[in-house]
Design a protein around this ligand. Structure first.
Ligand code: AGP
Length: 607
């Protein structure tokens, strides 16, 4: 949801801003812009569309400065256009903003003397700063501290002032912001990934912080206006961890990384027979699960599907009561929280606004303890939860989540076991799960070897307008995730149904133009799914069946994709990888922008 960057140095920072914006493009890509201060004046270069359009704009003339800010946008208020692109300027001030100013209309009413060039909520901030500068003394640092008192909503912002060309001022409330420390130069960005080429040392700002960034100093005040020191952290991420390498798309690279990252997610957390609680949960996590009587999972999108899958594991493996909710729903429905409920938020980014809001409100909602399952170690959720389990998938750049999802499943399986031991999960069962988890990297590699076959099967879907995914039991959330994947990157309308629900409505849609993709593991529900699929065949529907059953026959209506021998308890992981590949190949054949599908962004930091 928009990425911001800023730099102040003793060299030209424009290439740093552009490289940084490239790394932030996953956060939004409908327009981009930069601002520098040139001869005491603000100079902005902005362009509609992806970053390449901004680069073309910049190539038209020279643009150099030792200080600048930049932005890549995901539109919330106002269409993608040059006028709506950041940075926004007024008088001496120029600003980039990520987040939503909820009271922007109210503020705008007091700014009738200003000409608004954009339809954005963000522009009110720059007018506000300009007005404040006429009403009170103080430098940019003071004015930003005063200005943010009037803002409601969420923001990470960076501001420059033409009369103070020795500093950039930033503020954070509810949207991520890091300061990157260099030698004689400093930087700010929404995400460390944007700054890895220039530094590996970072300060993660807290909500309410305002900071003045100069070439040789950083000054931070907290929400109470008190000067604070924030810890400097060394990032272990390497430059290049977000390059595509030999792969055509990030999504494909990330799909193929799964055997390795699943191995990473398991590393050090298992013995031959057990999940090692101290390694998985740490001392505080181990204490928390001792007190847990039930689990409430909260997440959005793909992470929600991971939670739905885990519900089967918590309940079936261990009889742990488990509810799963979409964050934006739970947040406003005032749930009745039973004693001993552990709130588990799941998020790749750890910044998703709705999920984060639930976490932030956890205590007042009645949850005594919270846990974050997350891929980004320094994210707001990891820092806000009582305990966090990292998925260790490495940076995921493709908007469509793949390796983050399967590693979430792996971590959730381990959690189900650790927690389940306190319920009805036996040590034999635990050993079984541990063995099967260990087989996962090779089982996933085996599915990846089917890539060629899957790319051929994708041809049968490429001209379709709709697709129906079916599954039962843990296969149902797998079908939901597959439908989400197909729709978000190929733009084919896809829906998932519990196979048993077919006859209660969706069967009416089935004809030869409605492909039906069935997730049919060789489990206790196989016969039930078979019957549901007969209902499709009887209506002339065309089936693509994914299964690990050895003897499933094809017929004129049915194509079978056998995914080989699979660790049975871990089927959702393995089946999901095959379905990721299917969605990927359909999207490639349809010529969509696989890594940056229209209207979406990777990190949804607005409500
Ligand atoms: C996944 O393919 C989606 N792009 C999306 O549903 C995503 O999973 C969702 O926005 C939640 O993100 P999070 O895991 O970072 O919280």
């Amino acid at each position: 949801m928009c990425g911001i960057i800023g730099a102040i140095a003793q060299r030209n920072v424009v290439p740093i801003l552009i490289e940084g914006l490239k790394a932030l493009e996953y956060r939004g890509y409908d327009s981009a812009g930069i601002a520098i201060i040139e001869k005491g004046e603000v100079r902005r270069v902005r362009a509609k569309g992806k970053l390449v359009a901004l680069e073309e704009e910049l190539a038209k003339g020279s643009c150099e400065s030792p200080m600048g800010i930049g932005h890549t946008r995901w539109a919330t208020h106002g269409v993608p256009s040059v006028n709506n692109a950041h940075p926004h300027a007024c008088g001496d001030f120029v600003l980039v903003h990520n987040g939503i100013i909820e009271n922007h209309q109210l503020l705008k009413r007091d700014q009738s003397q200003h000409h608004f060039e954009s339809e954005t909520d963000s522009e009110v901030i720059v007018h506000l700063l300009n007005d404040l500068s006429g009403q009170c003394d103080g430098d940019l640092f003071d004015l930003v501290q005063k200005g943010i008192q009037k803002l409601q909503g969420s923001y990470a912002l960076a501001v420059m002032r033409t009369t103070e060309s020795d500093s950039v001022v930033v503020a954070r409330h509810g949207s991520p912001l890091v300061i990157g420390l260099g030698v004689g130069e400093n930087f700010i960005a929404s995400d460390v990934l944007a700054l890895l080429p220039v530094t590996s040392r970072f300060i993660y700002l807290e909500d309410g912080d305002v900071a003045r960034i100069s070439t040789h100093s950083i000054e931070i005040v907290n929400a109470e206006g008190q000067k604070v020191d924030r810890e400097v952290k060394e990032s272990t991420l390497e430059v290049g961890c977000t390059t595509r390498g030999e792969y055509r798309h990030f999504m494909l690279k990330e799909i193929f990384e799964q055997p390795v990252v699943i191995g990473e997610a398991l590393e050090g957390r298992l013995s031959n027979i057990k999940v090692l609680d101290p390694m998985l949960l740490g001392a505080s996590g181990t204490k928390i699960i001792e007190l847990t009587k039930r689990v409430q999972i909260v997440a959005c999108g793909t992470s929600y599907h991971a939670g739905l899958t885990a519900k089967y594991w918590f309940e079936q493996w261990a009889r742990i009561p488990c509810e799963v909710d979409i964050a934006s729903e739970l947040r406003y429905r005032k749930p009745v929280v039973s004693d001993g409920t552990l709130l588990v938020v799941i998020s790749q980014s750890g910044e998703t606004a709705d999920t984060l809001a639930v976490l932030n409100e956890a205590k007042s909602m009645g949850y005594v303890h919270s846990m974050a399952i997350c891929n980004v170690p320094e994210s707001s959720m990891v820092r806000g939860a009582d305990v966090s389990l990292l998925t260790r998938a490495g940076p995921e750049v493709g908007v469509a989540s793949t390796k983050a999802f399967t590693t979430q499943l792996v971590v959730l399986a381990m959690l189900a076991v650790s927690l389940g031991r306190r319920f009805e999960l036996t040590s034999d069962f635990e050993e079984n799960v541990v063995n099967q988890l260990k087989q996962l990297p090779s089982a996933v590699s085996q599915v990846l070897a089917l890539d060629g076959r899957i790319s051929i099967l994708a041809q049968t879907l490429v001209h379709k307008h709709h697709a129906l995914f079916l599954g039962r039991g843990p296969g149902y959330p797998v079908a939901m995730e597959a439908a989400l994947k197909l729709k978000e990157i190929s733009y084919i309308h896809a829906e998932a149904y519990a196979a048993g629900e077919l006859k209660h409505g969706p069967l009416a849609l089935v004809d030869e133009d409605m492909p039906v993709i069935a997730v049919m593991p060789d489990d206790d529900l196989l016969d039930k799914v078979q019957s549901n699929l007969s209902e499709v065949r009887a209506r002339g529907g065309r089936l693509l069946v994914l299964t690990d059953h050895d003897h499933l026959e094809e017929d004129e209506y049915t194509t079978v994709l056998n995914i080989g021998t699979v660790p049975k308890l871990m089927r959702p992981v393995v089946f999901s990888v095959a379905l990721q590949l299917l969605a990927y190949h359909v999207a490639v054949l349809r010529g969509t922008d696989v890594d940056r599908p229209r209207n979406l962004a990777k990190s949804v930091t607005v409500e």
